[in-house]
Design a protein around this ligand. Structure first.
Ligand code: AKG
Length: 246
């Protein structure tokens, strides 16, 4: 059933994917990582609105230098669901953590993950677990159902740190088709690499919007190296223009 829905819509939600103990463990390890590891990371691995203010941390990537998160990429529960949806064996390269702190102003531009990954066949998905209650007020993900069936949309450079490319022809018609995904802590939403998605900024006064995500690639995927080099170049250009050290 999961597979059918995923293949029709390009996303699925599994409520309480992580049980209470699993969520407590993940949250505790993230708190440790943020407290102990993040202060030593480069600007390219930990994105802050203002590095002098740790509460403005909003994205972590390249977390596999840490033993817990390196091992977490082969967590059987995550891997089993990913493989069921992709229909083949799959691996995760690197976990990510996202936040939209309250009062911050950084919408996630409409984009398709495989525009960044450049994988062929595009048998890739992202599993995004809510760590806080997530809804329209604090910037839930919004999907265009079925959009994974239409391949790549045109993208252009965005100024949003963490999302170097955004869809350039995103229209009011697209907006009218969006499905907002409201989640409780422990729920997972899973989207295909071509599913168009975006998120508003967090308009709430006090609520964070934290999530932990892992991308799984089917073993049949190969990277289009030339397209990927173009993406890396665009990323480096964005980071330079934002004055980031890597
Ligand atoms: O957390 C967000 O706002 C965006 C996450 C996202 O685009 C993704 O994981 O593919």
């Amino acid at each position: 059933m999961n597979y059918q829905q995923f293949s029709n819509l390009g996303y699925i939600v599994v409520r309480q994917f992580l049980d209470g103990n699993e969520l407590t463990l993940l949250t505790a390890e993230l708190a440790r990582y943020i407290g102990e590891v993040v202060p030593q990371l480069s600007d390219a691995a930990a994105f802050f609105d203002d590095r002098q203010h740790p509460e403005t941390l909003r994205q972590l990537q390249h977390m596999t230098g840490d033993e817990f998160f390196s091992n977490y990429t082969s967590h059987p529960k995550w891997k089993t669901l990913a493989e069921e949806l992709l229909g083949e064996e799959a691996d995760c390269e690197s976990p990510e953590w996202f936040n939209k702190p309250p009062g911050s102003n950084h919408p996630t531009p409409p984009h398709q993950d495989n525009y960044y990954f450049n994988l062929t066949p595009p048998n890739v998905l992202t599993m995004w677990v809510a760590l806080d209650a997530v809804d329209a007020e604090n910037g839930c993900l919004r999907y265009l159902p079925g959009s994974h069936k239409n391949g790549a949309r045109p993208h252009e450079r965005s100024s949003v740190l963490g999302f170097s490319q955004g869809i350039s022809d995103y229209s009011d018609q697209d907006k009218a088709q969006e499905v907002p995904v409201h989640l409780q802590p422990g729920d997972v939403t899973v989207h295909h690499g071509w599913t168009v998605h975006r998120a508003d900024s967090n308009r709430s006064a006090h609520r964070h919007r934290r999530s932990f995500a892992m991308v799984f690639n089917g073993t049949s995927c190969e990277r289009d190296e030339e397209a990927y080099r173009r993406y890396e170049h665009a990323l480096a250009t964005q980071h330079n223009s934002l004055g980031l050290e890597s």
